[in-house]
Design a protein around this ligand. Structure first.
Ligand code: KG4
Ligand code: ZN
Length: 327
């Protein structure tokens, strides 16, 4: 079954064809990120205008790269929510019109859950690790991105129970804001990740709220702690920035690792799925994999290209929803 996925929830305009919920035939992502970077964050009005310009060529390119004609498609999957309303509307309107014109079913997919589905995708390439082993369900799902930080119990592809989520900023948002405080570029996550690797130290410590009584997160306090620190001791050189990046990141990662492992233990599951842009973070990947191994839990991270927003994850989860609908 060939599903065309369409994702337009934020600044990426993405389309992909996935076969049988597993094999990526094409994965096209265009981004308006550079149009936003000078503002230090996404400007919704610019994002939705760029979505309108890009949607048609991006879908065309996804079909071309998959070497398929429109009549080879079995269904269309589109991101329903959450996201920027103007951006979402472009993808949804396009998908509705396309589905109506072709007479093919349309499925609406939740963006956050789709991030976890990225762990089930692969290219038909023997060297592609994620194609070798499929995660087993039930699982705990940790979604860490620019807009969301959530922990789910995932019984199957259509049954997710929310165990906890952020009470304020998303973790990627905290990375982006800390980068801004340090005068670094946007998006800040990859820059902080890179700097932190050179900044190991014991001099600076930031405390990320652990909210031990729940599986919720809170990242706004640590962001403010970084701001106060920089106001007290302005950053003079790159060495100072690397130390702050290290202290911030290690505290945030400790909380993410602790909660994800505790959720697995509470639900007695041995599979942990991680997804979202922050799943690309090197320290999170390293420390969470190591801790999971100690606890006999299998941790899965998507390949870096599928951590960030993409439409393959939408097509993949869409396939499962179509199958369920057909019974
Ligand atoms: O999943 P995504 O593309 O968008 C949302 O659905 O929100 O995630 C984007 C976020 C940004 O905040 C970015 O700074 C963060 O992911 N990010 C990272 C890394 N790469 C991207 N954060 C930490 N470390 C990274 N290596
Ligand atoms: Zn996302």
């Amino acid at each position: 079954m060939n599903i065309l996925g369409i994702e337009t929830s934020c600044d990426e305009t993405a389309a992909s064809v996935v076969q049988d919920g597993r094999e990526i035939l094409s994965n096209v992502v265009a981004s308006s990120l550079k149009d936003h970077s000078r503002y230090g964050g996404i400007i919704p009005e610019i994002a939705s205008r760029r979505q309108m310009e890009l949607i048609h060529p991006v879908v065309g390119e996804a079909l071309k790269q998959a070497n398929l004609q429109v009549h080879d498609l079995d269904a269309i999957a589109v991101t329903q929510a959450p996201g920027l309303i103007g951006s979402l509307l472009v993808g949804i309107s396009f998908a509705q019109a396309f589905s109506f014109a072709l007479g093919k079913p349309l499925v609406r997919v939740d963006h956050i859950k789709a991030h976890l589905y990225a762990n089930f995708l692969g290219f038909n390439d023997p060297h592609f690790d994620s194609f070798l082993e499929l995660p087993r369900l039930p699982a705990i799902g940790l979604v860490v991105s620019g807009g969301h930080s959530s922990l789910f119990y995932v019984r199957d592809f259509t049954y997710f129970v929310l165990m906890g989520q952020t009470r304020d900023d998303a973790v990627g948002e905290a990375y982006d804001k800390v980068a801004r405080i340090l005068g670094l570029g946007y998006p800040g996550g990859p820059i902080i990740d890179r700097l932190a690797q050179k900044g190991k130290n014991d001099e600076i410590r930031f405390n990320c709220a652990s909210l031990p009584e729940s599986f919720d997160f809170s990242f706004s306090g640590i962001k403010t702690a970084v701001l106060y620190h920089v106001q007290r001791a302005p950053v003079q050189d790159e060495v100072a920035a690397t130390k702050i990046a290290y202290a911030f990141q290690s505290s945030v990662v400790s909380v993410l690792v602790g909660k994800a492992i505790a959720a697995c233990q509470k639900k007695k599951v041995r599979t942990l799925l991680v997804g979202g842009g922050v799943a690309a973070n090197s320290e999170l990947r390293g420390r969470l994999s190591a801790r999971a191994k100690e606890e006999d839990i299998q941790a899965f991270f998507p390949p870096l290209s599928l951590c960030l927003d993409n439409a393959a994850m939408i097509a993949g989860l869409g396939y499962r929803l179509v199958k369920k609908r057909r019974g």
